[in-house]
Design a binder for this molecule. Sequence first.
Ligand code: SAH
Ligand code: SF4
Ligand code: F3S
Length: 484
Amino acid sequence: MEKENKIMLPENEAERQLQYIELVKERISALSESAGRPLTACVVTFGCQMNARDSEKLSGILEKVGYILTDSEEADFVIYNTCTVRDNANQRVYGRLGALNHLKKQNPHMKIALCGCMMQETEVIEKIKKSYSFVDLIFGTHNLFKFAELLYAMFENERMVIDIWKDTDKIVENLPVERKYKFKSGINIMFGCNNFCSYCIVPYVRGRERSRQPKEIIHEIDELVKDGVVEVMLLGQNVNSYGKNLEEPITFAELLREVEKIEGLKRIRFMTSHPKDLSDELIQVMKESKKICRHLHLPLQSGSNRILKAMNRRYTREQYLELVQKIKREIPDIAITTDIIVGFPGETLEDVEQTIDMVKQVEYDNAFTFIYSKRTGTPAASMENQVSQEVVKEGFDKLLKIVQDTAREQVKKLQGQVKDALVEEVNEHDSSLLTGRLSNNTIVHFPGEASLIGKIVPVKLLECKGFYYLGEMTDFKVEEESYI
Ligand code: SAH
Ligand code: SF4
Ligand code: F3S
């Protein structure tokens, strides 16, 4: 970027980006004047909570430069924050890009950007350059912090701007963020992953594990609480290894103890825990906490030792079961959820039976079941014994049924009890109802006013409807103990 030298830019990265925000703002304001209306921007998120949080960072900058945020893709700027964990995520992006091209032809102001995990793959970039040349800006996961600078470059260039970094050790703090919810927020505590499960693309597209400084995390949560947040979700691909590589190492459990002390914060969640790194210290902190929610997402992936080994998960079914038993013994009201993959190379129906047996033993409150998707560049992709679609389908259907039956049984257990629910929104289908979330992550719908959104209220769980409840607000508690 030649112009960069002519503008005096600060060395501190966040300040540098703030300067770019000012430059882009002038541009947007001029464009908006010539269009005779404000310009709109739409951020579409694919993938996990980490991507959702990144989208809030993108939205923060878009708002600062003067765009009006909208959910409609009929906007002047549309950005897809992509995911590549399974191939169907990629296919959805390609499908929707076709439709965007059509919209762009009708709107001369329209700009299109792509970012996120998919963009870290060389073959994706090649395909976009070749078949989707109407895209204006492409960047990856490691340089999202320079979004303002990239927007500037996009407006300066007629041609597609592409900026992808292979990896980074940089963490840029203090950039603007626009939250989706006023009362709850995700917080990145670490980035990347070092585990290299043999099926998974995430370590390749998100880079090596980097933990944020605890004081930066606490500061961010402090500020969020001052701004109305009552629930935080601490985010990382493997939160249990948080802090190990910091200059002054700290454990995840110690971080949780610090977060617990923040006054005004009511609920703490976290995602995701790798079973191999879940410590006794963490179980203890969860047990003693009045703020950490009674929910643990503990991905199993497979119940067969042979497959677990090939997946490089580094635990056995016996170790996993022992861990779950310990957790349930210490925290009896905890809900445990999981992720399972069916169809990993070499998996037989007998292996799936082993997984089903684990589902029955653990009694999961919910499980996300995925069909194995071959990801180029991962060790599993070059394994020879890929499973036929028929075998995968048979195993998957069988597993899904057991998972659903087990989850229904688990959810039903709270019938008739009173539990605190954080009111999240007005029910999508019936505006006389509110939708709230219990500490254990179960959803309850109950009559109430929209003014209660963001509040924690006691709700009697009247009728279990499979995976959620219908309830009513109450001002007394049946339970002796109430975990927020
Ligand atoms: N870091 C988290 C998972 C992130 S990806 C963890 O280790 O638990 C979310 C889920 O996607 C994984 O738990 C896994 O079940 C699934 N997944 C990842 N790669 C996959 C692939 N190639 N095919 C199918 N499912 C996959
Ligand atoms: Fe992927 Fe395994 Fe890392 Fe999770 S822990 S992101 S499944 S490599
Ligand atoms: Fe997808 Fe990237 Fe998350 S690949 S699951 S968006 S880390």
